[in-house]
Design a protein around this ligand. Structure first.
Ligand code: HEM
Length: 447
């Protein structure tokens, strides 16, 4: 990051929308190092160097303090924020929850959520406006509720959705107090506002865990959802399971890491489709050919190649997780670059995916880049919507399956057009979302 003149205006920009702190140089140069209030920072857009950091020399890099201070209050010590031995143990224990077999098992729940969404839209009169950003958040939360808790477990079915929304609302901003690394007792505005929601949500999750454990203890059949899988999971090396606290932290982590990210991937895809008639007719043609009026089946997923390419390309232009960072534990060298111990190394998919030395016409939306033949030519470390290396997103297959199902179900049922004259701008608040929502007009395609 480049600090513009005036530390305060830089910090303000960082809190309001970190995207505005990127300069032209970042999109042109492969490695930029600077020092300032945030310490020494190296921004890396070189795929070989990124591979070095995330894979080859991964043991020398840990998640940096600012990132942990922003994420940990919301996510606890779940997989996303755990470090060292604790992370290794959790990753070994949780990885078996996400193989293709288990993810395919969630197919019916995902289709049901997507169908429920379009059923609701069908009841709306032609031309009615919906906020796609909000609608996508609702549908991804619905998927998570069904796959984690087998929806219906909570006493008040809407309580969970409401609690989650309030929980994450206050936690999305970088607080100046976090930037300066002040102790935990110094009040943070966002966290203070979110306090009642935090308590309510944590109590609710704990209640769900205890209810499920009681059910299992009584020998009654438990649903095969992520909650049961987490409670049964055991470290393959030691046979040890997760504590209730770890199960809770990971449920919150799955929801935190999995709802807005997937919702944003969908929102940006829908927005981009609406801006390009050629893309719109091609995706509609594919969806109509593959699905027609038939029920959505798992074998359709592999046939929706263009739909998947649209999602991949939307995540290139608007990566839902636009910023990854690490801190160097000891001094490192890569070619003629020295990375002193303590340097924060920033890998920003938002910048990397639009880098002029890596992409042809980086600003234009061309899903064809991700059709199988062309996709094979993309450097693995030039495209990082899900990160890479040992800490790669554990929910990537889950998210992609869900996004293809939801997008294809929407394209089959409706057309969405952006409100006339509405200016869309990306806002970086941990995830990359459309600022102020995405008002779009509904036109029905099929019944
Ligand atoms: C990690 C992106 C969906 C759970 C990550 C990372 C990225 C990412 C970039 C790596 C962060 C880093 O290296 O610092 C995304 C995107 C998603 C998505 C773009 C949707 C389009 C999901 C879903 C889940 C999930 C649906 C869970 C159900 C996690 C977890 C980690 C993670 C637990 C931490 C893994 C570890 O550190 O071992 N995600 N994610 N994500 N993601 Fe996702």
């Amino acid at each position: 990051l480049q600090e513009p003149p005036g530390l305060l205006s830089f910090l303000w920009a960082l809190r309001q929308n970190p995207l505005t702190t990127w300069t032209e140089r970042h999109f042109e140069e492969r490695i930029i190092t600077g020092s300032g209030a945030l310490g020494r920072i190296t921004v890396v857009n070189d795929p070989a160097f990124i591979r070095h950091i995330l894979v080859d020399n991964v043991a020398n890099y840990r998640k940096d303090d600012l990132q942990l201070r922003v994420l940990a209050p919301g996510l606890g010590r779940g997989l996303l924020t755990a470090e060292g031995e604790e992370w290794k143990l959790q990753r070994r224990t949780i990885a078996p929850l996400f193989p293709p077999r288990v993810v395919t098992g969630f197919f019916p729940a995902m289709v049901e959520s997507a169908e429920r969404l379009v059923r609701r839209w069908r009841r709306r009169p032609e031309g009615r406006e919906v906020d796609i950003s909000l609608e996508m958040t609702r549908v991804t939360l619905d998927v998570l509720e069904r796959t984690i808790f087998s929806k219906g477990v909570a006493r008040d079915p809407d309580a969970l959705g409401r609690a989650i929304t309030r929980y994450f609302e206050g936690l999305g901003r970088i607080d100046p107090v976090d930037i300066f690394g002040l102790p935990d007792w110094v009040p943070r505005i966002g966290r203070w506002r979110a306090r009642p929601a935090i308590r309510f949500f944590e109590e609710l999750v704990n209640e769900l865990i205890q209810d499920r454990k009681a059910l299992i203890a009584r020998g009654e059949p438990a649903p095969r959802d992520l909650l049961s899988l987490l409670l049964e999971a055991a470290d393959p090396e030691t046979g040890k399971g997760l504590s209730d606290l770890e199960v809770g932290a990971n449920i919150v982590t799955f929801i935190g890491a999995g709802h807005e990210t997937t919702a944003n991937a969908l929102s940006w895809s829908i927005y981009l489709i609406s801006q390009d008639e050629r893309v719109r007719s091609r995706i509609e043609r594919e969806v109509d050919q593959v699905l027609g009026d038939d029920p959505f089946e798992p074998q359709h997923l592999d046939q929706l190649v263009y739909t998947r390419a649209v999602l991949d390309e939307a995540m290139r232009l608007y990566p839902p997780a636009p910023f990854l960072s690490r801190a160097a534990i000891e001094e490192d060298r890569f070619g003629d670059v020295t990375v002193p111990a303590g340097t924060v190394v920033t890998i920003a998919p938002y910048v990397l995916h639009r880098h002029r030395t890596l992409w042809e016409e980086p600003e234009s939306f061309r899903p064809e880049r991700f059709l199988p033949e062309e996709k094979a030519r993309i450097d693995r470390f030039a495209y990082l919507p899900f990160g890479a290396g040992p800490r790669v997103c554990i929910g990537a297959a889950f998210a992609l399956q869900e996004a293809v199902i939801v997008l294809a179900t929407i394209v089959r049922a409706v057309r969405l057009d952006l409100r006339q004259g509405y200016r869309v701008a990306p806002l970086h608040r941990i995830t990359l979302r459309p600022h102020g929502g995405l008002p779009m007009r509904l036109t029905h395609r099929s019944q």
